[in-house]
Ligand binder design. Structure first.
Ligand code: FE2
Length: 372
């Protein structure tokens, strides 16, 4: 079998450990004008960056950033004229920071750069400081922005969006509530697992995926139980980072495609939407990815030699034991809306075509109904 060639981009420098957020100021000691992109909550960490220079903070980033959010952040950047941009937050913040870094002083618009490899360049340094363990956005070169008119996500991908410095400081995740820790932790695992069982899976990325889902099996329950368990929090940040690496050259598959309408239509947070769907796609793909699925099941402590039904039940139990409400109805979904979700998810060929086995619209609808 010939193995496809692969290209991997990673941050130029990665710093991991408790208290490492303070390294940003020393690393960027020469920065004159700095724009920090944050949320109202993560803006509370700005002092810990130990920045010198003139600092502006843009903190109006909602859970799912849209085009208007990006435009507001670009406006702030054009006033600040930064020589350093710091993303300080979860995936939404880090995704906006990437786009602001390449667009604020460019002739290009979001429409110009949508898709792979269309960004002309970047002249502003970019630091990404993760404050959640989920998206792994700090590791990669992709950014997702919601288009409210079309109800879908615009994906921009470019090596020019890689961080010069990424920071994984577990202390920044201490205050993430248990429910968010659980859902985003399962999302991080889904990035690893969907890349691992992917039609475009690659041995090098498989290695990162294994490290990621094993860390989730070892540490997620501990991080949910005690938010200040530094070892568990650091393990989950690494799992998230490895998941982010998996997203680059291989990406996710049916699980994320099916979760998207739950975000764009139903308004569920990305991590929660993926946690609800994850067990169904794991079980659905088992027939064509038996060995790899067994590896995942073992790492999560779900058991050995499971039938698809047993695997589904055990994976749902894994999520429920973390405190995740797994019923779509309980999250306000309406049975009548499921066919629309199913057709939207099925038409997301960017991700669906990565799935190791084809899924029909009826298969997708069946998963929504089973999760209802
Ligand atoms: Fe995700």
């Amino acid at each position: 079998m010939t193995i496809a060639q692969i290209t991997l981009h990673q941050p130029r420098r990665l710093v991991v450990g408790a208290g490492t957020i303070a390294e940003v100021g020393a690393w960027a000691a020469d920065a004159q004008s700095i724009l920090v992109i944050a949320t109202p909550i993560t803006a509370g960490f700005v002092d810990r960056l130990k920045l010198k220079g003139r600092v502006a903070v843009f903190d109006a980033i909602p859970g799912e950033p849209d085009i208007a959010t990006l435009n507001a952040a670009l406006e702030t950047a054009r006033q600040q004229k930064p020589d350093l941009i710091v993303g300080l937050g979860g995936g939404s913040v880090l995704d906006v920071a990437k786009l602001v870094a390449v667009l604020w002083n460019s002739e290009q618009t979001l429409a110009d750069v949508a898709g792979p490899n269309r960004v002309a360049g970047r002249g502003t340094r970019l630091v990404q400081v993760a404050t959640t363990a989920g998206t792994g956005s700090e590791a990669g070169i992709r950014s997702l922005i919601t288009d409210p008119e079309k109800g879908n996500k615009i994906a921009v991908e470019s090596p020019h969006m890689i961080a010069d410095l990424a920071i994984l400081d577990p202390e920044l995740t201490y205050s993430v509530p248990p429910a968010v820790t659980a859902a985003t932790g399962v999302d991080a695992m889904a990035h690893c697992v969907e890349a691992f069982t992917n039609r475009r899976a690659h041995p090098m990325i498989d290695g990162f995926a294994r490290m990621g889902f094993r860390l989730v099996g070892k540490y997620l329950a501990r991080a949910v139980k005690d938010g200040t368990d530094t070892e568990a929090r650091e393990g989950m940040m690494l799992a998230s980072y490895y998941g982010g690496i998996c997203l680059g050259p291989v990406n996710t598959a049916a699980g994320h495609a099916i979760a998207y309408p739950l975000g764009t239509r139903l308004g569920l947070p990305h991590g929660l939407a993926n946690a609800i769907i994850f067990p169904y796609v794991l079980a659905f793909n088992q027939t064509v990815a038996a060995d790899k699925t067994a590896e995942v099941a073992q790492a999560l402590g779900l058991g050995d030699t499971l039938t698809a039904r047993e695997l589904l039940s055990a994976a749902r139990g894994f999520c429920r034991n973390l405190g995740i409400e797994m019923s779509l109805a309980a999250h306000g979904a309406k049975m009548d809306d499921l066919p629309l979700y199913a057709s939207e998810a099925h038409s997301n060929r960017r991700l669906m075509d990565n799935n190791p086995i084809d899924m029909s619209v009826e298969d997708v609808l069946g998963i929504y109904k089973a999760a209802f």
